[in-house]
Design a binder for this molecule. Structure first.
Ligand code: SF4
Length: 512
């Protein structure tokens, strides 16, 4: 991006390529903010859903504001909303959607762009209310607490609108709003609850499904109409916040409702949910999409649910890469984390991908899972030989394991940056014998450690984000900031827990 980047021109260019933008006159206007760049924001079904819902409330308008792609170029220029080209700081309420731990940095950057003090304690009645919600609240929103006035916990389908109307009725006054929300379920008020958030909220079934409002070619999922096919998951993988005992299990959107909501002009359709292929009618839904000549995408393919019919439909719907998750690198590790995917399912996936001429099989894995050893990694290297005989391109997306709150593995330490990097290197070296037919695409062990510190941390960890940002944001700055704030629950080189400790951790977790 050029140094001559211009905020107004950027807004105009974004709007010019959008379809479905909502422009409305309303007395009550709030800014709906996303702490990551536009391409990610417009690929977030949750963000689009809340945008649609807020703008459906009489006399309410929600204008979007997204983190600029290039913060350096944007510095010194006003941070503007898309629909109105108004400075975000002029709105009475800013509502942030936060998907995961590292977006806390984006939130701080956005407040800085708007010249709003990052810390709630430094703000007064001259400043807008700052509220947040989003997927992060399913695990650990406590590090967000120093920066916001209110956090909507869990499913915000109904609560987001209720919060805006309550804030308006309170004259956008912070104290009156907090008094009005005190005791109401689903609202985490950091000044009242401290480090102990209330339980997550669940939306009524009639508010499903979430659907896209805006289509744009400038999204990660370019010009894709997203619609929810299922919410939550009925499975019980012990590391996952979407598991049945964390978020109440899976709710299925009726097939007719999924298909009827797809606009005639949508040429690409994304079926979204934690476990879309567990939908009992998934084949009929996919057929309904591709029979209309559309491309299809599914956010979560389960290897044990794929068969010839479904993969054939996906191929007809434009699939080139068949992506599944196995997570544990060996059969033993998959049993440890209670992931039902087995080698036989991955073998079948590779064979189906070859039969339907899909170019790549992508398999998500985790390394650094408690009790994992080098032998587990070696098993994946060996097993890759079987897969490469079936398909010429196997790509592993490998992420370090990060323990999340409200899961049976909550409290498990990070394996250690060195351990994770060693395992990734061992895997990469081992796969070398397959001469490019099986490759690794890893995510950073260092940033996974930062994520871990926030996933397991309290408000001190949250405050460390501000310090790290102020100190330039290098990895050394992050380490120093966590240390200075006393936010080191187990440290980056923590040992792997014993099997007995894992069993004890699982006993402490809610029953599945
Ligand atoms: S990892 Fe996937 S299959 Fe397992 S509980 Fe989570 S969403 Fe369900």
């Amino acid at each position: 991006m050029s140094k001559r980047w211009d905020a107004q021109r950027d807004v105009a260019a974004r709007l010019a390529s959008e379809r479905g933008t909502i422009f409305r006159e309303a007395e009550t206007r709030i800014a709906l903010c996303y702490p990551s760049p536009y391409r990610a924001a417009m690929s977030s079904l949750g963000y689009q859903h809340i945008y649609r819902r807020l703008n459906a409330i009489p006399d309410v308008a929600a204008d979007r504001a997204v983190r600029p792609d290039d913060l350096e170029a944007a510095a010194g220029q006003p941070w503007l909303t898309l629909e109105r080209s108004q400075p975000v700081a002029s709105y009475p309420l800013l509502a942030f959607s936060v998907a995961y731990e590292l977006e806390l940095l984006g939130l701080i950057e956005c407040l800085g762009l708007a010249s709003i003090p990052a810390l709630a304690a430094d703000r007064d009645d001259r400043h807008p209310l700052i509220v947040a919600g989003g997927p992060l609240t399913f695990s650990n929103p406590v590090p967000l607490a120093p920066y916001v006035d209110v956090i909507v916990m869990g499913e915000g389908d109904a609560l987001a609108g209720e919060l805006v109307l309550t804030a308006r009725d309170c004259g956008w006054n912070r104290d009156r709003l907090l008094a009005a929300l005190a005791g109401r379920p689903g609202y985490y008020l950091p000044s009242v609850h401290g480090d102990t958030p209330p339980p997550i909220a669940a939306a009524d079934d009639e508010l499903l499904p979430a659907r896209s409002q805006i289509l744009t070619p400038d999204a990660e999922l370019a010009d894709m109409f997203m619609t929810e096919a299922a919410r939550g998951c009925s499975r019980g993988c012990t590391y996952c916040v979407m598991r049945r005992s964390t978020n109440g299990g899976m709710r299925v959107v009726p097939t007719a409702d999924v298909l009827a909501g797809i606009p005639a002009e949508a040429r690409r359709v994304g079926l979204v949910g934690a476990a879309v292929t567990d939908h009992p009618d998934i084949r009929a839904i996919v057929r309904g999409v591709v029979d209309g000549g559309r491309q299809v995408g599914i956010s979560s393919l389960r290897a044990d649910k794929l068969d010839d019919e479904l993969v054939g439909l996906l191929a007809r719907g434009g699939y080139r890469t068949l992506t599944v998750a196995a997570d544990g690198v060996s059969e033993r590790m998959r049993r440890v984390v209670e992931r039902s995917t087995q080698e036989k399912h991955l073998v079948a996936t590779a064979a189906l991908a070859a039969r339907h001429q899909l170019t790549t099989v992508k398999i998500y894995m985790m390394v650094g899972v408690p009790t994992e050893t080098d032998a587990d990694v070696d098993e994946l290297v060996r097993f890759s030989g079987e897969l490469t005989k079936l398909h010429p391109k196997i790509a592993y997306g490998v992420a370090p394991f990060v323990a999340k709150r409200h899961t049976p593995l909550d409290g498990s330490p990070f394996a250690g940056i060195d351990v994770v990097e060693d395992r990734l290197e061992r895997l990469r070296r081992g796969l070398g014998v397959y001469k490019g037919k099986a490759i690794v695409r890893p995510t950073s062990a260092r940033w996974a450690w930062v994520e871990y510190m926030l996933a397991q941390g309290d408000q001190r960890a949250g405050l460390a984000v501000l310090d790290a940002h102020a100190a330039g944001g290098s990895f050394a700055a992050w380490k120093k900031a966590f240390l200075a704030r006393g936010a080191t629950p187990t440290g980056p080189r923590a040992r792997v827990p014993s099997t007995a400790e894992i069993i004890a951790l699982r006993r402490r977790a809610p029953a599945a």
